[in-house]
Design a protein around this ligand. Structure first.
Ligand code: HEM
Length: 146
């Protein structure tokens, strides 16, 4: 389940960008970033960079994480940061991941899920990344009616 959660967060990071204020002058390659400048870190762009992830970057392939995040990112740890990194990263990461696993386990013990024909795939960045027209699914009970 970890692999599926990682791959979902890679393709559709709810927090698709974060900002940071530069604490001191920094040189990044040929780029000099002056103190106090506010920079935007586009998490979603890092997650969709074919140079980091390969030509199959846009495909949903949970197995890319089978040997861990480091291997999947070719040891560019910052390439996968749905919860941000460092001392101001998400304090709810463990809670959110555990909650997702519990909810999914409870649903999948009782139902199979298929997408509704009404679903239109349109990830939409509005404060958080969200499905623009909702996420219509059909639940089929695993228990027979008898
Ligand atoms: C899938 C679910 C979640 C994602 C993808 C997520 C992602 C993030 C990201 C990227 C940040 C850094 C924001 C920034 O620096 O501007 C953040 C910060 C934070 N998150 Fe989450 N989060 C999630 C769930 C939660 C939950 C469930 C909680 C609380 C129970 C939570 C509490 C926080 C707090 C308090 C911060 C601020 C930490 C700080 O600034 O020191 N998050 N989150």
């Amino acid at each position: 389940m970890n692999l599926i959660i990682y791959e979902t967060l890679r393709l559709y990071p709810p927090v698709f960008a974060i900002s940071r204020k530069v604490a001191r002058d920094v040189q990044l390659g040929k780029l000099i970033i002056p103190v106090n400048m506010e920079i935007m870190i586009p998490i979603i762009a890092l997650h969709h960079d074919p140079q980091l992830w390969g030509d199959d970057v846009h495909l949903f392939k949970p197995e890319r994480f089978a040997e861990g995040i480091a291997k999947a990112t070719k040891y560019n740890t910052a390439a996968f940061s749905p919860f941000s990194l460092g001392p101001r990263s998400c304090v709810g990461m463990g809670f959110a991941t555990t909650e997702t696993k519990i909810a999914l386990s409870m649903i999948l013990q009782r139902y199979t899920i298929t997408l509704s024909p009404a679903y239109i795939h349109a990830p939409f960045p509005q404060f958080m990344l969200q499905p623009q027209h909702g996420l219509q699914v059909m639940l089929h009970s695993l228990q027979s009616d008898a």
